[in-house]
Structures are given as structure tokens and as C-alpha cells.
Design a protein around this ligand. Structure first.
Ligand code: SAM
Length: 382
């Protein structure tokens, strides 16, 4: 039977008892539950026609955010507030359309205005600054370029059952990623910035102390691996991904990283082979990119490389009933359908795919993010 448990015993329990602190994953779940209830209450007070009209036009918000992100408006406001004329001249665009977009985004709380009418940054638009350490600018670009075009063909998926990325761009997503380096840059940066909070949640809420070796398969540029390696000082790690991700530039960055002696980079294809005999194989946000058949193939490749006592760790979205983060998870699921012909999965769906590849779930560890860590092992192992 699958159990849902918290992985880490609370350190310093006396101190925690005194301050009555909850595990961070539970605090996170309670916060989401409350926010969800409040949102639903507020929505129930809005007339149905107003709600529907607001929803159907919500793409306009995305497009306005896209324009300001593409133009790097936020970068221009870092040093000082600016009047619209100054902004338009610096950015070499028309003042009137930009002013109307900025007026709308101010109303949404994205930008502010000072008493002289000059535009200022808010906590939200600070995250659009291109060099902010947690910048979401690449995500805004990713969502409003290829992803936006693909979503415009959603009906195609419903009629044919195919994803619309392949038909819109005549190329499957990861092939496109390997062909177009500009797109790969935006995608890789987006994954890195989306991952900042998720990586911290996985690194802190799952207990990696029982492993001596860890391979992050499809690990991107290694942000999660760096966080885990920093926390577990004797862990030897392998960062495994494709050539399009582990570029010469990424390798060079790792060579200058203090963790470099414990993190080895390996280029490869998880449909062919992965490093053998590692204690833990981690896959974060990888499985949801693939249809069932390919997922089983990936699991079989990893299973072949595992020792009997190895573990497979899936840091993934798990769809549970009555989940306060359900809206977000179901939206992610649709993105997977439209782009990759894949899905976010329930425990039963995860379990069935693992079993087809000769693996079984040991436990599911919640984290303070929407991700859970599914720990699996080879069937018939100890
Ligand atoms: C959604 S990203 C997740 C990256 C990272 N794990 C994270 O959470 O930020 C999926 C990753 O799988 C990698 N990938 C796709 N196909 C692969 C393959 N055949 N072999 C190895 N890695 C692959 C991609 O390059 C990408 O880095």
C-alpha cells in the first residue's frame, strides 16, 4: 500500500514544540487551502456574466505582460521612475500604445506610478527585470511566443488527440528545442527560474541523507542538484541531460562552481542508457513531459541501470482528490496535453506505469510546493 508521509523528522523538536511550528509542507498546504476557499467565496459573489467575460479575455493580460517583458520596460525603471515619453524614447516605441498598456498594468498592480505620474516598479514587476536572480521574464516570453501559438490550436488536440506543438511547428517539442538555440535558451532559463522555489522544496523536504550517490536524470542545468549537493556534503552526484542543455557554457559554469568536484556532468539520452549502479535516480518534472509509452521506456532504461537497493525518485505533480492546488495542477495538465501529448498523473496512474517497468512505489513524500516526491524501487528487491 502507498503511504503519504513526511520524510524528515523535525530537528530540535523541543524548540519546535515551543514555537508550535508545523512542517513547512503542512504550512504550505494549509495556506493553499485557505487561499482556495477565499478565492471560491469571492468568485461566488461576482455575477456569472462578469466572471465569464473576465475569463474569456484573460489572454489580454498575458499579451500586455509579454510586450513589457519583451521590451524590458522593467529594466528601464530599475534606477529611477520614468515618464512615459522618456520610456518610449529609450525603448524606441510609440508613447500612446505603451501608455495605455502601462495604465492597465498599473491597475493590475504590476507597475506603480509616483506623485509626478512617473512609472515605478512594484514587487511583481521587479520579477520582470531581466537580471533579477528570480526573474520570470523568460517564462513570460516562453508562454507568449511558442506556447501561445500552440494554444491557439487547442481545438486540433481535441479533434485529433494529437498535441498541437508538433502540428504548429512541424517538429516535436524536444526536437525543436535541440534545433533552435534561441528557443532552447528561453526554455532552459524558464525551467531554471520556475524551479527556484520547487528545488528548495524538494531539496529540503525529502531526506537524501541515506544515499551516497545521486543522478539527476533530465536535470536541466543542475539547479536542484546544486541545492541537494550543498545540503548533503558527502553526496556524489551526476547531472545527466542532453547536448542542447549541457552546453559548453554550462560546463564552464560548473567548472567554476565549488560543488564541481562532487557533480559530474554527463550528456546522454534517457531512452538509450543512464549511469549504472547509482543509489538514487532523480527525475524532476521530466515524466510529465512524456506520453505513457515513453514513460515506461524511460523507467525501463533506469531500471536496467539500478542496483537492487537503488531508488527511483520522481519529483512530480501528483493529482489528488480535493487538492487546494487543483486548478494550477489541471492547468499544467492541459499544457502537457497541448505541447507534449502527455499529462499530470494521479497516484494510480503513476503506480501503473512504474509497475509496467517492474518498479513499485514505496512512499510519497509531500513538499511545501505543488510537487511530491514519489519514491520507488525495483519489485522483488529489499
Ligand atoms: C521540463 S525539463 C526539467 C528539467 C529539470 N529536471 C527541472 O526540473 O528544472 C525536462 C528536461 O528533460 C531533458 N530531456 C528531454 N529529453 C531527454 C532525453 N532524451 N535524455 C535526457 N534528457 C532529456 C530536457 O533537456 C530537460 O532538461
Amino acid at each position: 500500500m502507498t503511504t503519504v508521509i513526511s520524510s524528515k523528522p523535525q530537528e530540535n523538536s523541543a524548540k519546535n514544540l515551543a514555537s508550535v511550528s508545523l512542517p513547512s509542507w503542512l504550512e504550505h498546504k494549509l495556506g493553499n487551502w485557505l487561499a482556495n476557499k477565499l478565492t471560491k467565496f469571492i468568485e461566488s459573489q461576482i455575477p456569472a456574466n462578469a466572471r465569464l467575460l473576465d475569463m474569456v479575455s484573460s489572454f489580454q493580460q498575458g499579451q500586455c505582460l509579454y510586450v513589457v517583458a519583451k521590451l524590458k520596460v522593467a529594466d528601464c525603471l530599475v534606477d529611477s521612475p520614468k515618464h512615459i515619453q522618456t520610456l518610449a524614447e529609450e525603448l524606441k516605441v510609440q508613447a500612446d500604445p505603451l501608455a495605455r498598456i502601462m495604465r492597465y498594468l498599473c491597475e493590475l498592480g504590476i507597475f506603480g506610478q509616483d506623485h509626478l505620474g512617473r512609472y515605478t516598479l512594484t514587487q511583481v514587476s521587479e520579477l520582470l527585470v531581466s537580471y533579477h536572480p528570480q526573474s520570470l521574464r523568460p517564462v513570460v516570453l516562453l508562454y507568449n511566443e511558442e506556447t501561445y501559438n500552440v494554444w491557439a490550436n487547442l481545438l486540433h488536440t481535441v479533434k485529433t488527440g494529437e498535441n498541437t506543438f508538433t502540428s504548429t511547428y512541424n517538429t516535436p517539442f524536444f526536437k525543436y528545442h535541440s534545433l533552435y538555440s534561441d528557443f532552447a535558451d528561453i526554455y532552459n532559463q524558464s525551467m531554471a527560474s520556475l524551479s527556484i522555489l520547487l528545488d528548495q522544496a524538494v531539496a529540503e523536504d525529502y531526506d537524501f541523507s541515506v544515499y551516497r550517490t545521486l543522478a539527476d536524470i533530465g536535470g536541466g542545468q543542475g539547479n536542484l542538484l546544486r541545492q541537494i549537493a550543498e545540503r548533503y556534503s558527502s553526496l556524489q552526484c551526476i547531472l545527466f541531460d542532453t547536448q542542447a542543455v549541457l552546453t559548453a557554457e554550462v560546463k564552464e559554469q560548473w567548472q567554476q562552481d565549488p560543488m564541481d568536484n562532487r557533480v559530474k556532468l554527463q550528456i546522454g539520452d534517457f531512452f538509450q542508457s543512464v549511469p549504472t549502479g547509482v543509489d538514487a535516480y532523480l527525475l524532476k518534472n521530466v515524466i510529465h513531459n512524456w506520453p505513457d509509452e515513453q514513460v515506461v521506456q524511460i523507467y525501463k532504461t533506469i531500471h536496467q541501470a539500478m542496483k537492487p537497493q537503488s531508488r527511483l525518485l520522481l519529483a512530480e505533480t501528483v493529482i489528488f482528490d480535493h487538492d487546494a492546488m487543483q486548478r494550477m495542477k489541471l492547468k499544467l495538465d492541459l499544457n502537457m496535453m497541448v505541447i507534449h501529448s502527455s499529462k499530470e498523473r494521479t497516484v494510480k496512474q503513476h503506480s501503473e506505469l512504474l509497475e509496467t517497468a517492474g518498479l513499485k512505489i514505496v512512499k510519497i513524500v509531500p513538499t511545501r510546493s505543488h510537487l511530491s516526491v514519489i519514491e520507488a524501487k525495483p519489485m522483488n528487491s529489499y
